[in-house]
Write a protein that binds this ligand. Structure first.
Ligand SMILES: NC(=O)c1ccc[n+]([C@@H]2O[C@H](COP(=O)([O-])OP(=O)(O)OC[C@H]3O[C@@H](n4cnc5c(N)ncnc54)[C@H](OP(=O)(O)O)[C@@H]3O)[C@@H](O)[C@H]2O)c1
Length: 325
């Protein structure tokens, strides 16, 4: 297995990441309940038990409740702070209904949002800050000023992006003193554009593929950690009822189950192992809040090592539902 780009930068991260988007219950401004905290702490403990040390959150998750809960847990268990890596995001401005109304990479917003995140997290610094979704009004110089200030003040150690293509990364990077450390993208066995982009070069069939051209290669060349959001495909290949889903989904779920049974592992480990076999050393960001489901992911890295090329392609083509070009 390749060394993770984040590790090459000195960040001692686990291979899997815990997505903390569900911390905080419903997506509303209701107060955090004791049950919300209990559920989140149980998820965090399950993650720690299987060696996960990177927690992914965002200023907008559950209207800030995700960050607040992480802060409360760390306050109760201060020894944990040095054991975990905290990654948050900024750049989305939600409206009253909680949905994004606009993106904002202005210097003021980045600084204010990061400081507000730190307040909710009850921390002096966060390890990694990502720009959540590309802002068409992005001015790299302005972003550089914001990042520079946050870094100089010791509030953020590393910076990265999410859902950006190569040109956007290069444009932004041109003004930044530090290298972008992370790009978090939707990558899974159900969201296949990341691979279809590779196999459709020079082909008309690739015209509807929506994944930045050359992005995987660029990130590998530039030592950018690719993180996969949505890696479990919301469970459609690992136990969720898919009787009303297309045949390709049902067949792929059966194939995943069959492989898991043959290998004495879980469907989650097969689905994640399939992503982790890619040479870009992708870090899946798992979004379950259920301790058992989180623990079912533990074997993913081992399954990536054991998975043959034939098995990997059988999963890819099954989910594609059409032959290779
Ligand atoms: N950068 C971005 O733009 C972006 C966007 C979205 C998410 N993210 C990050 O990525 C993380 C993961 O994203 P995600 O939640 O979309 O990914 P996911 O890990 O693919 O899906 C997790 C969701 O699927 C459900 N699930 C999994 N297996 C299931 C099964 N067998 N049966 C029923 N439900 C099942 C989980 O429910 P349970 O909790 O009940 O297990 C949870 O709601 C988030 O937490 C967040 O940190 C980033």
């Amino acid at each position: 297995m390749k060394v993770l780009p984040l590790k090459k930068r000195g960040v001692e991260t686990s291979r899997l990441v815990l997505g903390c988007m569900p911390f905080g219950g419903e997506w509303n401004k209701d107060p955090i309940t004791d049950q919300n905290i209990k559920d989140s702490e149980a998820a965090l403990d399950a993650a720690l038990e299987i060696g996960i040390n990177l927690l992914d959150t965002a200023n907008v998750y559950r209207w800030g409740k995700s960050e607040t809960i992480i802060g409360k847990i760390l306050k109760d268990r201060p020894a944990l702070r040095e054991q975990v890596i905290i990654q948050s995001k900024c750049g989305i401005r939600p409206g009253e209904n909680g949905l994004p109304t606009r993106f904002d990479f202005s210097k003021e917003h980045i600084i204010e949002a990061a400081e507000a995140s730190l307040k909710r997290l009850d921390l002096d610094y966060m390890d990694i800050l990502l720009l959540h979704r590309p802002d068409p009004l992005m001015d790299p110089e302005e972003v550089a000023e914001a990042f520079g200030k946050l870094k100089a003040q010791g509030k953020v150690r590393y910076f990265g992006v999410s859902n950006m293509n190569v040109s956007q990364m290069q444009f932004l990077q041109s003004a930044l003193p530090d290298e972008l450390a992370v790009n978090q993208l939707e990558i899974s066995l159900s969201h296949l554009d990341w691979l279809d982009q590779t196999i459709h070069v020079n082909q008309k069939a690739g015209q509807n593929v929506h994944f930045g051209e050359g992005l995987l290669e660029y990130c590998q060349l530039e030592n950018v950690q690719i993180q996969a959001w949505g890696p479990l495909s919301q469970g459609i290949f690992s136990g969720r009822d898919v009787s009303d889903r297309p045949e390709t989904v049902q067949n792929t779920a059966k194939l995943v189950k069959q492989m898991a049974d043959e290998k004495g592992t879980t469907p989650e480990a097969i689905v994640l192992g399939w992503i982790m076999k890619h040479p870009a050393a992708i870090q899946p960001v798992i979004g379950s809040i259920k301790p058992d489901r989180i623990k079912a992911c533990q074997d993913g890295e081992k399954q990536a090592e054991l998975m043959t090329r034939e098995e990997w392609y059988s999963l890819y083509t099954s989910s594609r539902g059409k032959p290779m070009p």
